[in-house]
Write a protein that binds this ligand. Structure first.
Ligand SMILES: Cc1cc2nc3c(=O)[nH]c(=O)nc-3n(C[C@H](O)[C@H](O)[C@H](O)COP(=O)(O)OP(=O)(O)OC[C@H]3O[C@@H](n4cnc5c(N)ncnc54)[C@H](O)[C@@H]3O)c2cc1C
Length: 399
């Protein structure tokens, strides 16, 4: 079987190859772990090589931006002064500020939304009334679908486009386009790793069974108990709801243990300093360290990094709608390791996916790998006996 990459574990699933293929002979299909990978129809492929030319993984070194200005990156703590937007966003709501500005100029904003089945897909919106669908992080790999092609069409018509996504999705877009467009603004989010859509779908089925109803709404970042203590919220059509802090929710436990991410995420090539976006957004964890910042309201603080003059100009254009405080990039990155480093792959990831692939039921996977009780117990032991205690207990268990 023909592959675009020698090692398909490094494929990020952006689908630039499938969208660029002139014969449309590449389909994105889920692998055993539930992540989309390209499948080439060998009978129709004429080996033109375009798929390799637009693959951001193969072009990664080539795309290290030599034109980037030396004044960048610049980092800011920021939040929207509109409390409604801030409370309904993951961090400080900066994404919505940039999106609004693009929409008000008649542009199109691309980002990740839930579909009818609450799976995560990229989509383009052109009305303010649709903006809420892109708001808030969905911690599952989104399916880019045909969005690169749609964005290219708009850009060729000189229409403003804001494209947001993970670092690899923005890198995929840039190699797909192959040239800069003045009307394009790109935003990537600092990314812990993208969890498997298959695990997400199993989690949803499990929740529907337990709550005996279909799902009406989901928020991964419910701020009812504040930004720092965010919750998974699921509302059901039968009126029942589920709300759990991240440390007590099955899916978040798997995410936090880094069991569920795509293999390529563990050695991501698209974080700083290789981000190819004009702007990078994250949570500004530890913002209280900065003099003059009051985070006691616990409504959320964004870290905004401008990587290019275009990103900086976009930030200046929304200045009157947000609180902004500049800090150094190293100060900001020191409190948020995911800005520059991938989270390591735990040994249990392979075991988790082995069990999943050989058909272990979600309830068993949950008990074995994502158990809130074990998690809470470990946290309490850690708190009481110190961080080394878990390692000591593991050694004792082995003996
Ligand atoms: C998978 C994932 C992992 C993340 N990991 C971290 C982390 O470890 N540390 C950290 O500080 N921040 C992380 N973030 C970023 C953070 O959660 C916020 O998205 C970011 O701070 C923007 O918040 P906001 O308040 O400005 O806007 P919001 O309205 O909350 O953010 C919406 C933006 O997120 C994008 N988005 C949402 N879901 C996805 C998705 N599945 N794939 C691609 N783009 C998506 C939307 O397109 C939009 O651009 C992660 C985000 C995602 C999606």
């Amino acid at each position: 079987m023909r592959n675009i990459l020698e090692n398909m574990d490094s494929c990020v699933g952006c689908s630039a190859c499938a969208q660029r293929c002139p014969r449309q002979c590449i389909s994105m299909i889920p692998n055993d772990e539930g992540f989309l990978i390209p499948l080439i129809d060998e009978k129709r492929c004429n080996d033109c090589g375009l798929c390799k030319k637009v693959c951001p993984v193969l072009q990664a070194d080539f795309s290290l931006d030599s034109t980037r200005e030396t004044d960048f990156p610049r980092a800011w703590a920021a939040w929207s002064t509109d409390d409604d937007i801030r409370l309904n966003s993951s961090s400080g709501g900066l994404f919505s500020m940039f999106a609004e500005s693009c929409l008000l100029r008649g542009g199109t904003v691309f980002g990740a939304a839930f579909d009818e089945g609450f799976m995560v897909r990229h989509t383009g919106i052109s009305n303010l009334s649709e903006l809420d669908s892109l708001r808030r992080s969905k911690y599952v790999q989104s399916d880019i679908d045909g969005c690169y092609r749609e964005a290219e069409k708009l850009l060729k018509e000189h229409r403003p486009v804001l494209f947001s996504g993970t670092g690899c999705q923005i890198a995929g877009l840039m190699s797909f386009l192959g040239k800069p467009y003045p009307e394009l603004l790109t935003i990537d989010v600092v990314c812990y790793g993208v969890p498997s859509p298959k695990v997400w779908s199993m989690y949803l089925d499990d929740m529907k069974k337990r709550y005996k109803g279909d799902i009406a709404a989901i928020s991964f970042r419910d701020k009812k108990d504040g930004w720092k203590n965010y919750c998974m919220f699921i509302g059901f059509k039968n009126g029942r709801f589920y709300r759990r802090t991240a440390v007590n929710d099955t899916f978040f436990i798997g995410f936090g243990k880094n069991l569920l991410s795509r293999k390529s995420c563990y050695s991501c090539q698209f974080r700083h300093p290789r981000s190819q976006a004009d702007l990078t957004l994250a949570d500004f964890w530890g913002a209280e360290r900065l003099e003059g910042i009051d985070t006691l309201d616990n409504k959320g603080v964004s870290l905004v990094i401008s990587n290019t003059p275009k990103g900086q100009a976009a930030l200046e254009s929304i200045r009157d709608k947000c609180y902004l405080m500049e800090t150094s990039f190293s100060e900001a990155a020191s409190g948020n390791p995911r800005v520059t480093e991938s989270a390591p792959m735990p040994r249990s990831r392979a075991l988790f996916f082995e069990d999943l692939i050989r058909g272990m039921r979600f309830s068993s996977l949950r008990r074995k790998y994502m158990n809130p009780f074990v998690q809470t117990l470990k946290l309490s032991v850690k708190r009481i006996l110190g961080p080394r205690s878990i390692e000591r207990l593991k050694k004792l268990k082995r003996v």
